[in-house]
Design a protein around this ligand. Structure first.
Ligand code: 3HC
Length: 344
């Protein structure tokens, strides 16, 4: 249901396109040297690959993996901040936070739609999320303990997301690249609202300044880990770069993020919790300390502080929403029947 992939080639598909999608998944691409050469030439020439173009099975699979993980991250990412909507300190902050959380839901929708153009249904992707098989970003498995966390998520988490996602606007797969353009514009607003909320808190009393510093201390290292494992331990990077899906490596993006964020922290008047953080004149970058990769992998593999809670909340939302989906489908069927009658 809800698939965008209604034009996939299978006349036996149901009205929602489900069988079409399953058939598309099951099919293996016909392969020939000429098809491969034409695909490679397009990628080399920086042209976009579109849904109807021939593509290698592994390219399709990699995109479905990455785009669906990304979509899941957006909708699970609504939860830590959603917790604060009813506790926002003013009407203005509440309105901003509602808009931001709603934007994240929208990003999930664009991304699920982009993944559907590759022949995987939204039901399949959500099934993988709800059964715990699919990954989503490690960062959303940490708790939001006070209001400053909401500002820090905007500044650092969305800031890291933008750094990672701007290069994806140039990704070789057309629907993903185009979705990312709008996502990045909205993420930019998210980052700015977070930074502005923190600037206001930093002009407040000592308790407010302490809250900001505490939140930064808790989130800094987790945000650096968001960019993924070091390049040397990143199994998908080399092929992702070759295919033009990834444009900048995990470590290079992490470095860009650190270099951009240190001056912002100085303006804010907070310190970053890394004694080894130091400008290296020779490299033209900040040196930094070691990330705790054991903690990162434990979280990615389901054992972070909030993994179980996040998944349970998603599953409950899916189950509670069943009547809405049923009603939407019944309405669409009625509408289609009415349109048919009028056309006859
Ligand atoms: N959290 C969870 N898993 C992660 C991760 C993270 N921060 N970083 C890497 N991984 C996983 C990968 O998914 C992969 O797992 P798999 O083989 O089971 O699929 C494994 O670790 C190895 O990592 P690689 O570096 O080899 O994998 P990739 O080449 O896919 O690179 C990535 C990882 C940089 C996250 C890349 O997939 C990517 O750019 N994805 C798109 C952006 C995205 O998903 N961002 C998530 C945050 S979205 C967000 O924050 C919402 C915003 O509103 C704040």
């Amino acid at each position: 249901m809800y698939t965008q992939a209604l034009d996939l080639p299978n006349p036996d598909g149901d009205s929602a396109g489900n069988a079409n999608v399953v058939a598309m998944n099951a099919r293996s691409e016909p392969h020939s040297d000429a098809l491969q050469a034409s695909f490679d030439a397009k990628v080399d020439a920086d042209e976009k690959i579109e849904p109807r173009d021939w593509m290698p099975d592994a390219y399709r699979k990699t995109l479905v993996r990455q785009i669906s993980q990304h979509a899941h991250s957006e909708i699970v990412g609504m939860l830590p901040e959603g917790n604060w909507i009813s506790r926002a300190p003013s009407l203005k902050r509440k309105a901003i936070l509602i808009a931001k959380v709603q934007d994240e839901g929208g990003h999930g929708l664009y991304l699920y739609s982009a993944a559907e153009t590759l022949g995987t249904s939204r039901d399949q992707m959500l099934d993988a999320l709800h059964s715990g098989k699919a990954k989503y970003s490690s960062i959303f498995n940490y708790p939001t303990l006070n209001w400053a966390d909401v500002g820090v998520i905007g500044w650092l988490v969305d800031g890291a997301a933008i750094m990672n996602q701007i290069p994806l606007c140039r990704c070789s797969y057309g629907p993903y690249a185009r979705a990312m353009i709008r996502v990045c514009k909205e993420e930019s607003f998210h980052q700015r609202q977070g930074y502005e909320a923190l600037l206001v808190m930093m002009q407040g009393n000592e308790a407010q300044k302490t809250m900001v510093q505490d939140a930064v201390n808790r989130w800094w290292w987790k945000c650096l880990a968001m960019f993924g494992p070091p390049d040397a331990n990143s199994p998908h990077s080399a092929q992702g770069m070759r295919w033009g899906i990834k444009r900048i490596s995990n470590d290079d993006l992490r470095q860009k993020f650190i270099d951009a964020t240190v001056p912002q922290a100085n303006v804010l008047g907070i310190s970053l919790p890394d004694p080894q953080l130091k400008w290296n004149e020779e490299r033209g970058h900040y040196d930094h300390g070691e990330i705790d990769w054991d903690e990162f992998w434990a979280t990615v593999n389901g054992n972070g502080p909030c993994n179980k809670e996040r998944l349970a909340t998603r599953v409950k939302a899916w189950n509670d929403g069943e009547w809405v989906r049923d009603a939407a489908i019944a309405h669409a069927r009625k509408q289609a029947q009415r349109d048919l009658k009028e056309a006859a």
